[in-house]
Write a protein that binds this ligand. Structure first.
Ligand code: KPL
Length: 314
């Protein structure tokens, strides 16, 4: 018996960024029958490329996904930007001239502070944001291990209708990736930012898994005090509901991901630049503009910068 290949998903996708998230989404798009091309910012990534290997609990599967540089020849209809937060503007700027009429651009990053510049770079393309709790990492280049199943929130930026988000979600693979369309993605960005502000820098500085922040002792006390400061900032910035929810929300994420290394700890351990400027740095900037004191967040920024002074820029 021959098994029919999967129905191709409508428009072709380009995935910008060749890290774990880029490879995870590109491989899953290919698995769903989509025509997908990976875009590398660095030409040296092209040498010796033989496709993506996606490893799951079921085993390792190869996917013959095309790889090109930003100056590739074809127009882009659907673009998923999977770079680090601090690379979004540079990376998107490098391909913006290729965006076709009616294109959709999806930003998938932690942190805030880069979305409005991305909106300008995207021009007339529709801009969406995605927030993912999928756990993935690369044991080797273009070999991605899908280590923990999570879900991905997707919505038009800064907000849009649920129908709009649902229509784009239908063009993404949902066999192995759960996508939840949302109308107010900006509210979700703030929720994720607040949690990342509470967990990421502290775990990176203490070199501990997320769950260690809930243990009694100096780390736990620092976590509680940091949450209290974030609550005051959020309330002053006009997010009272999130402020009220934050301590329990951050604790529940730390509990649920207790054994995980935060993305910032992973960056520090790998000698990479961290996203601190788009996480606690963004909050500090907003707190200063509102005249709110934020000494703990300021100190975290200084300490993480000191820790990664010699890190590679991307
Ligand atoms: O998003 C995360 C990250 O590590 O960036 C959390 C929620 C903290 C999970 O590790």
């Amino acid at each position: 018996m021959t098994i029919a290949p999967p129905e191709p998903l409508t428009a072709p996708w380009h995935v910008l960024g060749t890290g774990a998230m880029g490879c995870l989404w590109a491989a899953n798009l290919a698995a769903a029958g989509s025509n997908v091309t990976l875009i590398a910012r660095d030409r040296s990534r092209l040498a010796g490329y033989h496709g993506i290997t996606l490893e799951t609990a079921a085993g390792a599967e190869p996917f013959a996904v095309a790889l090109e540089c930003a100056d590739g020849p074809t127009p882009i209809d659907r673009l998923l930007v999977c770079t680090k937060a601090y690379d979004v503007s540079g990376a998107l700027g490098g391909v913006a001239h290729r965006l076709a009429a009616g294109a959709a651009v999806v930003l998938l990053q932690n942190g805030m502070g880069f979305h409005d510049e991305a909106r300008e770079l995207a021009g007339s393309a529709r801009l969406y944001c995605a927030l993912s709790t999928e756990g993935a990492w690369c044991p080797a280049p273009f070999h991605v291990r899908h280590a923990g199943r999570g879900f991905t929130l997707l919505g038009r930026y800064p907000r849009g209708t649920l129908a709009d988000a649902t229509a784009l979600a239908a063009e993404l693979p949902h066999d192995r990736l759960e996508i939840r369309p949302v109308a107010d993605v900006e509210a979700e960005l703030w929720r994720k930012l607040a949690v990342n502000c509470a967990i990421n820098a502290l775990t990176a500085l203490h070199g501990c898994p997320n769950g260690a922040l809930l243990e009694p002792g100096p780390q736990g006390e620092e976590f509680d005090a940091l949450c209290r400061e974030i609550v005051v900032i959020l309330a002053a910035l006009g997010h009272p509901a999130l402020a009220a929810e934050l301590p329990e929300l951050a604790a529940s994420v730390a509990r649920r991901t207790a054994a995980n290394r935060s993305s910032m700890l992973q960056d520090v351990l790998a000698g990479r630049r961290t996203e601190i400027d788009c996480i606690n740095g963004f909050l500090v900037q907003r707190a200063h503009a509102a005249g709110v004191a934020c000494p703990r967040n300021e100190l975290l920024c200084t300490r993480v910068h000191a820790l990664t002074r010699d890190a590679t820029p991307t």
